[in-house]
Design a protein around this ligand. Sequence first.
Ligand code: PBG
Length: 322
Amino acid sequence: MYQRPRRNRKSPAIRNMIRETTMCVDNLIYPLFIVDGKGVKQKIGSMPGNFRWSLDTLLPEIEECMKLGLNSFVLFPALEEALKDSTATYSYDDANFYLKAIREIKKQFPEACLMSDVALDPYSSDGHDGFVQDGKILNDETLPILAKMALAQAEAGIDIVGPSDMMDGRIGYIREELDAAGFDQTSIMSYSAKYASAFYGPFRDALDSAPKAGDKKTYQMDPANKYEAILEAEIDVAEGADFLMVKPALCYLDIIHILKERFDVPISAYNVSGECAMLHAAAQNGWMDYDKAMQEMLLSIKRAGADIILTYFAKDYAKLSH
Ligand code: PBG
């Protein structure tokens, strides 16, 4: 035998020396859920270790993460039903606690990188990402609402806006509105290939944002399609996206791979709530080792081609690598 691949696995030093993929906390973005009020730290049942925070409890949490080297966060608002309406007006209201939180976090931690969510669903009485009329999710009527939301977030100091709505033409529309208002340095991370997935269940529970009627299949992608992801990505790059995202991550590693091969902008992947919940459920039953499986999951997403990973495991990963 001239070829004995096991020789390159014989010691930790050699294994470390030839390792092709390495993971680093710098590549992770940690999703955080914000609620109005004071002193709130509510557990999210399906995502152990994740909470709904009010601003006062969130600030020390962010400080703790940053001490672990975790500096990037994506923020989601969880609203009470009374603040929701069909055109998501609260999303750009001056009194919006989410916008206040962005301002305050940027003030206290200017070196943190903050990303937002741009979509109607947390604010919508219909629970859809776009504006609903007669049971239809209207595309072009949604764009000005998304742009107002993105602009309000940019004014509050967000570093990256994250349109997660999957309306056609939204990246270009938002880019133009941001530029016209002088926010040419506000980045856009487009949820380019976002699939109509069953893996968002725990997130919708956390935000109480599930659609009131119908599903999201007329705007989110069919899980069966790969080449359509390339079309979405081409459009987003042409319209000015700074980053492309694939979501979910684990069942879509082929999509991450193909976008990484074809595009020169950084590729991110969203390791979504259902993927996190699955592992926790298995670990709680003693069926899997949480730390090891979590690291392997993140590594596989990176190996597939993701430069950046949005993950609920970010803090636990940072603790392990500290
Ligand atoms: C909403 C949005 C969703 C997620 C991020 N932004 C849910 C959805 O599209 O229904 C899901 C994130 C997760 O499951 O972790 N625009």
